[in-house]
Design a protein around this ligand. Structure first.
Ligand SMILES: [Zn+2]
Length: 253
C-alpha cells in the first residue's frame, strides 16, 4: 500500500526510499548500456548486504565509478583502486571493486562483438507466457543461462540469483504482483520498448551488413527459434552457450 492508498508489492514498504524506486524504476525496461552495467555492478556490491544499503550509497557509487562509464572503468589503474578503497561513501570491498574493473573490461569486449551490452542481455528475455507467479522464485532457466554465459566470458559476481534480481529490475521480467498498481504501467512500457539488438554495423533490424559475423542472425534464431534469415548460414558455427561467434568468423567479409 502506498500513500495514495493503492495496492503495491509488499517489499516497497520495507524502507521509505523504496517507494520511489519501486514506482519509477523497478521493472521498467532498460536498454541503456551504462545503466545495465551500473545495475550489474551494484548487484555485485550488494552480495551479502541489503539493497537498501546499496541504494542509499548509489549516488556515491556513481561519482566514484564515473557514472559507470565502463570504457573509463576498464582503464582504472592501481591509483584508482587505492582511491576507491579509501572512499567511505561506497562499499570498500577489494574483491568487489576489482570485479567491477574486470567486468568493465569484459563489457567492452561484449560491445565489440555484439554492438552493445543491451543486445546481449536482452537475448535472455524469457518467454512471458512461461513465467513463474510474481515474486515466488529467485532464479529461472534464463537467469541460470545468463549467469553461466557471463561467467564463461570471465565476468565476476554474476550468480544466477543475482542475475534474476537484475532481470527483474531491468524489466526483462514484469515481476510486480498481480494487484500492484505499477504492474500495468510496466506492461505498457514493455509493449512500447524497442528491443535492442539489430545488426552490429547498421544498428538496424531492417538493414543488415550481411557479414558472416552479423549477430542479428543469431538474435533471430534465439528469439524466434526459426531458421536464420540469411542464406548460406548452415556451415557457420557459433557457441550455443554464449551465442558468440568463434574468433575466425568475427570479421565480416
Ligand atoms: Zn509492484
Amino acid at each position: 500500500m502506498g500513500p495514495d492508498g493503492k495496492s503495491r508489492c509488499r517489499w516497497c514498504n520495507a524502507a521509505p526510499e523504496f517507494l520511489d524506486y519501486h514506482d519509477t524504476e523497478w521493472g521498467f525496461p532498460v536498454s541503456n548500456d551504462r545503466r545495465l552495467f551500473e545495475k550489474l555492478s551494484l548487484e555485485g556490491f550488494q552480495s551479502g548486504l541489503s539493497w537498501r544499503t546499496i541504494l542509499a550509497k548509489r549516488e556515491n557509487f556513481r561519482a566514484a565509478f564515473h557514472d559507470f562509464d565502463f570504457d573509463r572503468i576498464a582503464r582504472f589503474t592501481q591509483r584508482d583502486l587505492d582511491r576507491l578503497l579509501k572512499d567511505a561513501g561506497i562499499v570498500r570491498h577489494r574483491g568487489k571493486i576489482a570485479a567491477v574493473v574486470n567486468n568493465a573490461q569484459r563489457a567492452r569486449e561484449l560491445v565489440e562483438r555484439e554492438g552493445s551490452l543491451a543486445a546481449f542481455i536482452w537475448r535472455y528475455e524469457p518467454d512471458q507466457k512461461q513465467l513463474a507467479k510474481p515474486q515466488t522464485v529467485s532464479t529461472s532457466a534464463e537467469s541460470l543461462a545468463l549467469s553461466k554465459d557471463l561467467k564463461k566470458l570471465g565476468w565476476k559476481f554474476v550468480g544466477p540469483t543475482t542475475m534474476y534480481a537484475f532481470m527483474q529490475a531491468m524489466g526483462l521480467i514484469n515481476d510486480h504482483v498481480a494487484d500492484c498498481v505499477i504492474r500495468s504501467k510496466i506492461e505498457s512500457a514493455r509493449k512500447r520498448f524497442k528491443r535492442p539488438g539489430g545488426c552490429h554495423r547498421t544498428r538496424s533490424m531492417k538493414k543488415y551488413c550481411r557479414g558472416r559475423a552479423c549477430p542479428t542472425r543469431y538474435l533471430y534464431r534465439a528469439r524466434h527459434a526459426s531458421p536464420l534469415h540469411h542464406s548460406g548460414m548452415d556451415a557457420i558455427q557459433f557457441s550455443p552457450a554464449t551465442g558468440i561467434w568463434p574468433a575466425s568468423n568475427e570479421k565480416a567479409p
